[in-house]
Design a protein around this ligand. Structure first.
Ligand code: UDX
Length: 458
């Protein structure tokens, strides 16, 4: 059954959710305070890169199934269910800043004219939904019943459309059977297609999201800790991850050792969980997350130090040219928030190096976040006269690069593969000194011979 839905906050999460809801057959209004963004979305333009999303928005804007406004009053009038998708950025203390969420409640609730379900999708500290209830009760017009539910979002950038339409689980944090029924109705299609549903109370639903991200971060830092040991002992972290991953209690996913995690979610959620646990007087419960964060930071230090070791240093200043392949925090995204690649590039630039970056999608946001760096139009141009080449975001096109062309463009011969994802044998064959993070670099075996170990780890 088609539902009239509003999606408040049309950033990454909200724009995707609004388009996804329209695709599931609902009538959707997206709300944002940013007029320019609203105009752009209404004409099918996205202010960020996400495969398949502009097409999905255009498909539903055309027949009027999806529209956008800056007016919360219009949304209040139109919709029966309001999804709140505003940002909860990291505040000074590491705790989440809930001011956007509060502003939505303050603007929406007094405008409501009938009984309504307000569904939080934003990532929030556990206990937030409960804390909103008195605020909502104070603002709701008399006779209007406003119920709160929490339905966290697990979409991955780069796969956002797929993850929204085919969620690998739906978590419905509700306080009444009516709210559960309403949300099951919204998600009737994916539920019919087999997406598992977990119904819980509000704090559980809130905690699922941050704990899922903290767990993923822990998995990445765990394998990066093993990579540190591999570097000291001659073990190979890629084979180790394969061997661990065959145990289906562990699983191979998120055991990709390298430069570590970044982006708008994992780093922020790890710190927000620490901050919330401390606020609750239970910092010890998540003490290990400090280690997770620290291991992640050390990976970046390691790559910076290795690159600097290749450059000439005079009075503590580095001289030389560095090519950085990748600026986004991961491939298939133009997001540079807390990007390990951009962080390393900036630190090398601050140390004195002349740093040129190439990224297939993120040049514009990278340039605005790091205007002090130079940006090239392609990988070969970035590598021109470089003393060292750093591969820091594993875009598929970097795997297809011709190492001989890059060798001819560059001045030096050192490749640091911060993502352990290039094929070392073709780079070695082209004369590169290949350095990785905890993996062994071997020459491809010729038929009938054993592979030869040629060393080369960071
Ligand atoms: C994450 C969660 O996966 C998603 O469920 C949630 O809704 C939002 O946060 P996202 O931030 O889009 O999604 O990126 P993700 O694919 O999880 O990658 C996060 C970071 O971890 C990236 O920097 C990536 O390069 C890094 N990573 C991932 C590794 O270093 N190793 C791995 O094995 C996997």
């Amino acid at each position: 059954m088609s539902v009239r839905i509003s999606v408040i906050g049309t950033g990454y999460l909200g724009a995707t959710h609004a388009a996804g809801m329209a695709e599931l057959g609902h009538d959707v209004i997206g709300v944002d305070t940013d007029e320019a963004k609203v105009r752009a979305l209404a004409s099918g333009q996205l202010p960020f890169f996400e495969p398949g999303l502009p097409e999905l928005i255009a498909k539903h804007v055309a027949p009027g199934k999806l529209r956008f406004t800056t007016s919360l009053a219009e949304a209040a009038d139109f919709a029966d269910i309001h999804f709140v998708c505003v940002g909860t950025p990291q505040g000074e203390s590491g705790a989440a800043d809930l001011s956007h969420l509060h502003a939505v409640i303050d603007g929406l609730v007094p405008a409501l004219g009938r009984n309504t379900l307000v569904v939080g999708k934003s990532t929030v500290p556990v206990g937030t939904a409960q804390s909103l209830l008195p605020r909502i009760a104070a603002l709701a017009p008399s006779g209007v019943d406003v119920e709160v539910a929490w339905n966290p979002e697990f979409l991955r950038e780069g796969h956002a459309v797929h993850d929204t339409l085919h969620p690998n689980r739906l978590v419905l944090g509700v306080s009444s059977p009516g709210a559960e029924w309403a949300l099951r109705n919204v998600y009737a299609t994916p539920i019919a297609e087999g997406s598992p549903v977990v119904v819980s109370n509000l704090p559980t639903a809130e905690l699922v999201k941050v704990s899922a991200n903290a767990f993923l971060a822990t998995k990445i830092s765990f394998i990066n800790a093993m990579a540190e040991l591999c570097e000291l002992t001659g073990a190979d972290v890629a084979s180790l991850a394969d061997a661990l991953g065959h145990d289906d209690r562990i699983g191979r996913k998120f055991l990709g050792a390298g430069l570590g995690y970044g982006g708008g979610c994992l780093p922020k959620d790890v710190r927000a969980l620490i901050a919330r646990a401390e606020e609750l007087g239970s910092g010890r419960s998540v003490e290990f997350l400090h280690g997770v964060d620290a291991i992640n930071a050390r990976r970046r230090d390691r790559v910076v130090e290795e690159a600097l070791s290749v450059l000439r240093t005079v009075n503590g200043r580095a001289f030389g040219r560095v090519a950085v392949l990748g600026a986004s925090f991961k491939p298939l995204s133009d997001d540079v928030r807390d990007s390990p690649a951009l962080d390393v590039a900036r630190r090398l630039s601050r140390a004195g190096a002349w740093v040129t970056v190439y990224d297939p999608q993120a040049a514009v946001p990278a340039r605005s976040a790091a205007p002090e760096l130079r940006y090239a139009a392609n990988a070969v141009a970035a590598c021109r006269k470089a003393d060292v080449v750093l591969h820091l975001t594993e875009w598929a096109e970097f795997r297809d690069l011709d190492p001989r062309r890059l060798r001819d463009a560059a001045r030096g011969r050192v490749l640091i593969d911060g993502r352990n994802s290039l094929d070392p044998s073709s780079w070695l064959a082209a004369g590169w000194d290949v350095r990785t993070l905890g993996t062994l670099v071997t020459q491809e075996p010729k038929a009938g011979t054993q592979p030869s170990l040629v060393g080369g780890r960071v």
